[in-house]
Ligand binder design. Sequence first.
Ligand code: ASP
Ligand code: MG
Length: 423
Amino acid sequence: MQIKVFKFGGASVKSAEAVKNVVNIIKLQENQKILIVVSAMGKTTNALEKLMHQSVNEDPKRFDTFKEIEHYHRSILEALIPDHSHPAYVDFRTLFSDLAALMEDYQYVDQQAYYSEMVSFGELISTKIVHHYFSYSGYKSHWLEAGCCLITAGVKMTEATVDWKISPSRIQQHVLPIFENHDLVITQGFIAKNLYGKTTTLGREGSDYSAAIFAYALDAQNLTIWKDVPGLLNADPKYFANTQKIDALSYNETIELAYFGASIIHPKTIQPLQNKHIPLFIKSFLEPKESGSIIGEAQENAIPIPSYIFKKDQVLISISTRDFAFVAEQNLVHIFKKLTDYGLKINLMQNSAISFSICMDFKSALVMPFVTDLQKEFKVKYNEQLELITIRNYNQSIIDELIGNRKVYLEQKNRTTVQLLVK
Ligand code: ASP
Ligand code: MG
């Protein structure tokens, strides 16, 4: 059976109009079996995170947050399906009464488990609405709870680890029979369950990854991620005026771009696709007939165009020994151990004879405790408010133009990529 997987993110289902547009995109596909992975509508996950914190703190404002979330979804449902006796409203009420109950059940032993349980409502409600609207529009659509076949292993309840031994076969067992008499299967991105049946999540923006897992398990023909940009761009249009579309890119190059922080797709998305040679299309949900970008095996960028990734709010931490001795291997082992203990991720590092420098996101609340801790044994200096610029396929004039008269704190180059830490 030939199956395609489509992924629609929050922006593509943020309003009734947007959901109608999703249906129009499916209309363009003739006689296809499509598994559709959908995220929470608009900024719902942020709102649910807020609701979770307010609930834990018994903040009375949680009731307003709840009402806002409910009202937002109700107005989308009403615009799509005005008939209040439609079964969609039964699902709607059930989900929101479950959410209301969960809000008062904050004594959950595990905060991470509580988090996942609560934010999963975003995807559950969005997929219910989208599924019902497809049925209402005459499609043979089936709503699938992702957690019945996407299984995570281990103790982590957020950023959970996918159980690759179990999930693929479960997905096949669940999904293939449904496609015997349905054309569409609608399921949630981002959420899963562990072996005990508890809800887990795959990390923010994890729906792309979910879509890749389903594509892998189903040996999909291809995966299409529908976005509000024309395809893979060489820079984030929020920061860069003259972006260019990259028509084709290899899996490895895409992983690198995602790794350096390009906010195109979730970095974990590529690996499962690459393992099974499944092509990935990035297309615009606003211009669905345009070609978009293709990521695949033999895709090389014909004329490599430069790509830019900007990471703001970086901190550079320079560590040296108190007696100005070399920062030797045993020191590095110690520093890395501390980094892991604090759960900090390095964006760039460099060592010289007498100091070792690391650059990371300053937003983590754990950066300063880490610095203070290190200061017990080392001389530690730090510089805030730096920007990390990564350029792939660079040349000197591009570098000069981007730096302007800013000061460069650190620079690292290889054949294709340069990274510059500037202020
Ligand atoms: N709704 C989740 C988030 O906003 C997952 C996703 O959109 O990919 O992080
Ligand atoms: Mg989202």
